[in-house]
Design a binder for this molecule. Structure first.
Ligand code: MRU
Length: 375
């Protein structure tokens, strides 16, 4: 493993999610956390695609950053002698990376940004280096966006708030710091007393393994629950709000996120509990009108019938594994972005946020298009 002192973006326990070292892409193997801290090194596009597909790296922003480095690797490894050959290699790499996981739009957002840069750049000799610089920039921007989400979202959390979260939308799911966990981390750092209910998030257990690990490392009080306990705690009055991340937010504000998010939103709505979605603008997809059009990834049924390689269900039993669901915008109280907090109706505000022109530093905490959160 790399020395931790070389890792600038730390997510917890002195680790980071995605980093570049000595010409290779390094990923912390999230399948093995929290008990084993291991690094996977990717030298080729195929390595990167495999790491995304097999969940070495997961979480919408983190797979976007990873895919950007995959494009940089494609350019670095290409033996093409002219511009057409290099563009062809990049186009093939993009096609491979784009099909690894279908639901999180950040992945395609990142590969498209990298490919567009290549299309606009005539200097074939310097393009590999420029693409690597762009991947570093995407990674840096992602971390900055998470901190801005933290600043805006923290204002929604009163002293003593009890927050329920699902899956892992923390530093491990991003370049660092997280989306849904960012407001919690920022509010905690500012001295607010908080308590987090962590859904274990069957079947991949991102909550039990990753969120619990990150919160523990940050010293934030938490209680781990199984997914089916959420309603019990809401009915008792033990939950002040829900904050989740997102894999895709479409034009009308419908949100795709980890399977189980929709059930939580319905429960929160039934109990009059605010349901917040925290996501950077790279998660917004204006090309789809409603959530009905979002491609939902279906993963292996083995991930349901087995736990840590151990068979739970009777042999041969049929199981289903949609990895994401869609929460209709009517159930979303507000969306926390790097520009500020937006409330319904979402359509026009999302369009304005997504169309904000890319800049060297796209994070504007003054929120030109969004209302800053109220304390
Ligand atoms: O299957 P995963 O672990 O990649 O799913 C992750 C989620 O659903 C997250 O909530 C989402 O990607 C937002 S991460 C900041």
């Amino acid at each position: 493993m790399a020395s931790r002192s070389e890792w600038p973006f730390l997510v917890g326990n002195g680790m980071q999610t995605v980093w570049w070292e000595a010409g290779t892409l390094c990923l912390v193997d999230q399948r093995k956390l929290p008990h084993i801290e291991e690094t996977v090194r990717c030298c080729t596009v195929a390595d990167v695609a495999d790491a995304i597909r097999t969940m070495v790296v997961r979480g919408a922003p983190a797979i976007g950053v990873t895919a950007a480095y995959g494009m940089a690797l494609a350019a670095q490894n290409s033996e093409a002698e002219d511009r057409a050959g290099l563009l062809d290699a990049l186009s093939q790499a993009k096609a491979v990376l784009d099909t690894t996981r279908p639901t999180a739009v950040n992945l395609r957002w990142a590969t498209t940004r990298m490919f567009d840069l290549a299309l606009a750049d005539a200097a074939v000799e310097t393009l590999p280096e420029r693409l690597l610089t762009e991947a570093h920039r995407i990674r840096g921007e992602d971390e900055a966006m998470c901190h801005a989400i933290g600043d805006h979202g923290a204002a929604l959390l009163a002293e003593g708030s009890r927050i329920l979260t699902h899956c892992n939308a923390g530093g491990l799911a991003t370049a660092g710091y997280g989306t849904a966990l960012a407001p919690i981390k920022t509010a905690h750092s500012s001295g607010k007393r908080l308590h987090v209910l962590v859904d274990e998030t069957r079947p991949f257990l991102q909550g039990a393994r990753l969120t619990a690990w990150e919160l523990k490392d940050a010293g934030i009080p938490q209680t781990l629950i199984t997914d089916s306990m959420a309603g019990y705690f809401m009915r008792r009055g033990d939950v002040d709000c829900v904050i989740v991340g997102a894999d895709r937010i479409v034009a009308n504000g419908d949100v795709a996120n980890k399977i189980g998010t929709y059930s939580l939103a319905v429960l929160a709505n039934a109990h009059g509990i605010p349901f917040y979605v925290a996501a950077p603008t790279s998660t917004i997809d204006l090309s789809l009108a409603t959530g009905d059009h979002i491609p939902i990834e279906h993963r292996s049924a083995d991930e349901v019938t087995q736990l840590a390689g151990q068979q739970l269900a009777p042999d041969g039993v049929q199981a289903a594994h949609p990895a994401f669901d869609v929460t209709p915008h009517e159930l979303v109280t507000a969306i926390i972005t790097e520009y500020g907090v937006i409330r319904p109706p979402f359509g026009e505000q999302l369009a304005r946020l997504r169309q904000t022109p890319a800049q060297d530093s796209p994070v504007m905490t003054d929120a030109p298009h969004a209302e800053p959160a109220e304390a």
